[in-house]
Ligand binder design. Structure first.
Ligand code: PAF
Length: 280
C-alpha cells in the first residue's frame, strides 16, 4: 500500500492506472477509521482494481463552533487499518493544498441539502460537496463508496453527481453497528460510558419505528411521536430532529412509502452530536 500526500502524486498515479485500464474506486474519509469505514474499503476492493482511500479532515464542512480542532486524527492506526482492509493507496492531502490561500469557489447542492442536517448545520453540505468534487477531480475514480449511516450525505452527493454530469458511480454500503445496535461513528469515541449507554436510545427509537411500520403503521406523525418519546425518556438526550423523509430528496413525508422512505434522527447526547437512520 502506498501513502501519497500530494495532489500531483495522485494525479501521476491515476494517469498510469488509467493507461493500464484499471478500475479505480475512491473511499473518501476523514480518518479515525472504524469497522464501518473498513466495510466500505472492502466493498470498494470487490469492485475495483485499485482502491484509493482519502483521509482528510475537511475544515469547510465544520461550522464555527463545531469539533474540527478536536476531531480525532490517528494516521498511524488508520494506515494500518486501510492496509488490512485492502486499500492500495491512501491519499492524505494537506489543508493548504486542498484549500490554497484565496480559495473562493464552492459546490452547492441547493435542495436535498437544505432540510434535516442542513437546517441545523447550514454550511455543512457545502463543505462536503466541495471537498468531494475536488477529490473526484483529483482521483478520477470509476466508483466512489459512501456509508448509508450518512443518508443525507449520500442523497446530496448522488444529486451533485447527477446534476454536474460527473462520470462516477456512487456505491452505498450498509450502516455497520456495534453488537448492541449503536451505529459506528468516529464521534462515538467522544462518549463517556454513561453517554454511550444513553446513545443506545437512537437505535431503540429507530427499531420501534421500523417495528410499527412492519405492523402496518405508515403515518409519519405516529412514528415520529413514538421515536421522540423513546429519545426524550433519556436525561442526557436532546432531540434535534426526528423525521420521516424521502430517501432521495430528503423531503418530509406524511406517510411511509415502503422502499422509498427513511426515518432519520439527530440528537445531542450532552455535547456529542449523533445521527442515525433506518431505511423503511
Ligand atoms: O463522511 C465523511 O467522512 C465526510 O463527510 C467526507 C465524505 C469524507 C467528506 O469530507
Amino acid at each position: 500500500m502506498q501513502t501519497i500526500h500530494s495532489i500531483s502524486g495522485i494525479r501521476d498515479l491515476v494517469r498510469d492506472l488509467r493507461a493500464r485500464d484499471h478500475v479505480i474506486a475512491l473511499v473518501p474519509t476523514m480518518g479515525a477509521l472504524h469497522d464501518g469505514h473498513l466495510s466500505l474499503i472492502r466493498l470498494a476492493a470487490e469492485r475495483a482494481d485499485t482502491v484509493i482511500v482519502s483521509i482528510f479532515v475537511n475544515p469547510t464542512q465544520f461550522g464555527p463552533n463545531e469539533d474540527f480542532l478536536k476531531y480525532p486524527r490517528e494516521l498511524g492506526a488508520d494506515l494500518a487499518a486501510c492496509q488490512e482492509a485492502g486499500a492500495d493507496v491512501v491519499f492524505t492531502p494537506s489543508v493548504e493544498e486542498m484549500y490554497p490561500k484565496g480559495f473562493s469557489t464552492y459546490v452547492v447542492e441547493d435542495r436535498v441539502s437544505k432540510p434535516l442536517e442542513g437546517a441545523s448545520r447550514p454550511t455543512h453540505f457545502r463543505g462536503v460537496t466541495t471537498v468531494v468534487a475536488k477529490l473526484l477531480h483529483i482521483a478520477q475514480p470509476d466508483l466512489m463508496v459512501f456509508g448509508q449511516k450518512d443518508a443525507q450525505q449520500v442523497a446530496v452527493i448522488k444529486k451533485m453527481v447527477e446534476d454536474l454530469l460527473i462520470p462516477v458511480e456512487v456505491v452505498v454500503g450498509p450502516t455497520v453497528r456495534e453488537s448492541d445496535g449503536l451505529a459506528m461513528s468516529s464521534r462515538n469515541r467522544y462518549l463517556t460510558a454513561t453517554q454511550r449507554k444513553e446513545a443506545l436510545a437512537l437505535f431503540q427509537a429507530l427499531s420501534k419505528a421500523k417495528e410499527m411500520v412492519e405492523g402496518g403503521e405508515l403515518r409519519a406523525d405516529r412514528l415520529i411521536a413514538e421515536a421522540t418519546h423513546i429519545l426524550s425518556d433519556h436525561r442526557r438526550i436532546r432531540v434535534i430532529y426526528v423525521a420521516v423523509a424521502d430517501r432521495d430528496t430528503m423531503e418530509a413525508a406524511r406517510e411511509v412509502t415502503p422502499g422509498k422512505s427513511l426515518i432519520a434522527l439527530a440528537v445531542w447526547v450532552d455535547e456529542v452530536r449523533l445521527i442515525d437512520n433506518f431505511l423503511l
